[in-house]
Design a protein around this ligand. Sequence first.
Ligand SMILES: O=C(O)c1ccc[n+]([C@@H]2O[C@H](COP(=O)([O-])O)[C@@H](O)[C@H]2O)c1
Ligand SMILES: Cc1cc2nc[nH]c2cc1C
Length: 350
Amino acid sequence: MLPEWVTQNCPEISAVHREAAIVRQAQLTKPAGALGRLEQLAIELAGLQATEQPRASRVPIIVFAGDHGIVAQGVSAYPQAVTIAMMANFASGGAAISVLARELGSSLEVVDAGTLALGEMAGIVTDKPRSGTRDFSVEAALTPAELAFAFEAGQRAVARAKASQPDLLIFGEMGIGNTTTSAAIAASLLGISAEEIAGSGTGVDAAGRAHKARVIDAAIARHGVAGASAEKILCAVGGLEIAAISGAIIAAAQARIPVLVDGFIVSVAALAAVRLNPSCQPFLLPSHQSAEQGHRLVLRALDVQPLISLDLRLGEGSGAAIALPLVRSACALHNGMATFAQANVPDRPN
Ligand SMILES: O=C(O)c1ccc[n+]([C@@H]2O[C@H](COP(=O)([O-])O)[C@@H](O)[C@H]2O)c1
Ligand SMILES: Cc1cc2nc[nH]c2cc1C
């Protein structure tokens, strides 16, 4: 059984602040609608944050790492040892997300939510019920108790981040094999075949992708989870870092903190979160569309449109970090532009 807080309602969008933001956008010195989707972004953020001045200044980044038993089936282009090695690279500042965090002035926390690492690692929060998931082609990836633990690891990470009063949160992931796990979760949740959603991940070729799809379809059939509940699906074919992100998304939304959603894996975690607690959906802000084949379908299921599409397929929260300056621009424009009245500019089209 998942913890009770998972299904508790997230706060409502503030209709008053949303309406005030719409009115303000119409008064700013620009042709109506000329800032396009940035206008919408500022309006939505004002409603979500229940403020007249939406902000994206303080944006901690939390990367959750996990290992996947399914890699035994040869589904990734890289060895499993990369997961732990990259976790250390995040902590020592050399990974892409480390660089982006510094560039953005964001804190970066790394959580071992279930890698094969034994014992503590320097600069990493260890918060896992087991080291890696079981190979879901032969048995269930997680027990219900392990799944519940991973959800709570996500909630604990958000509780730590809340101390710095974040405006938004970015969750990233690291886990060799996790595009297979994510495709299995998404195919089960959406009731579609793996062929439609399995991509090349870290870079498997067409034959590798076909193999991935076969492994996934066989596992979904074996566990009988096509169209099942998100909880059942996550136990059968889930991942520890993915479940931790689902828990973190729900905990963030419950605390009125919007989440800038990263690529394929984080989006799948978000879809599972929405299925478990639909009231967190409004708090999901899209960032980018990944090059991973299935991301488009997952974004559509989440009913969000990505801000950018740069053929990124890195993960780590990097796409969300790269999109953050756009959200910051949307806020700065909303809060800082002069109104027609202030600037004495005629406010009517001909
Ligand atoms: O974020 C994405 O859209 C994304 C797309 C492809 C790969 N990744 C990253 O690559 C790893 C998983 O790839 P794979 O091939 O091992 O399943 C994992 O560490 C992810 O962070 C991430
Ligand atoms: C090197 C490397 C870095 C990554 N970062 C996220 N996923 C990754 C996969 C690999 C292989």
